[in-house]
Design a protein around this ligand. Structure first.
Ligand SMILES: [Mg+2]
Length: 265
């Protein structure tokens, strides 16, 4: 009898030895067994719901306008989720922007970004200006060539995440269209613009006389700003894009800093 009692007491997960001594052995074992089953059991629905709510809260913070990436062929674009509290704007006046070298530059100083967070506003005034345009009823759109996605030089997740980060930092909803390959969607081809106006403006015709496109690929020669160190623009594809869309073109310096139009070839 004594041997059996010793063996039974060995697992002894009971917190209080005094309580265990007074409780029938069988009852103690059952309690241990119940607790063990509880520990090993699947996570309860309540806990899973709380975890899901926490995940959604984190996502709402990172993506406050509830924008989802969609694709049309090789082109990527943002769409408001159904029921988003602040959806993307539809309207007749479009203020459209190139991204790299126009709204932002790399933080690293490199030509191509090293990752999702390698960016800074090109000019400190830009986010305020974008907020003002939104408040005045403009539809804000980014049109960006990102051929690095198709060549494998830029992870698509970095580009998608960076654009959401930029929009979050501005604090107003912005549409975005990304040409991910060197094909029919790449600026200066007009197809990103045509797709936006035909399918992502709520059926509202765009007033081309009022609408603008701002980009740094403007065909400006070396030292266009009087600084010998300034290189020539790598292309004129932004200027040509605006021309093909039939809307006014500005360089970032002309649009954001009200500088006089620079010469170009
Ligand atoms: Mg650019």
């Amino acid at each position: 009898m004594e041997t059996t009692a010793k063996r039974v007491q060995q697992p002894s997960p009971v917190p209080s030895a005094a309580a265990a001594a007074h409780a029938p052995v069988q009852q103690t074992l059952e309690r241990y067994s119940r607790r063990h089953r509880r520990d090993a059991s699947p996570v309860s629905a309540e806990v899973m719901a709380a975890e899901q709510a926490a995940r959604e809260q984190r996502e709402r913070k990172a993506n406050p306008y509830q924008l989802d990436w969609q694709s049309q062929g090789t082109m990527l674009y943002l769409q408001s989720r159904a029921g988003a509290p602040v959806p993307l704007v539809n309207g007749d006046r479009v203020a459209a922007f190139d991204m790299d070298g126009t709204l932002i530059r790399t933080r690293s100083g490199r030509k191509f970004p090293t990752g999702r967070t390698d960016w800074l506003w090109l000019l400190p005034c830009i986010p305020d200006r974008l907020r003002k345009l939104h408040a005045d009823g403009w539809k804000l759109v980014i049109f960006t060539n990102q051929n690095g996605i198709s060549t494998g030089n830029q992870p698509v997740a970095d580009i998608k995440g960076k654009i959401l980060d930029i929009i979050k930092d501005v604090g107003v909803p912005m549409s975005a269209f990304v040409a991910s390959a060197d094909d029919l969607y790449r600026k200066p081809a007009v197809n990103m613009w045509s797709f936006m106006t035909a399918q992502h403006n709520g059926g509202i015709p765009v007033n081309k006389d009022m609408s603008v496109y701002v980009g740094d690929a403007a065909g400006r020669p070396a030292a266009w700003d009087g600084d010998d160190k300034t290189k020539k623009d790598f292309s004129a594809s932004d200027r040509k894009f605006a021309h093909n869309c039939g809307i006014s073109f500005y360089t970032p310096e002309e649009y954001f800093l009200h500088e006089k139009p620079a010469k170009f070839s």
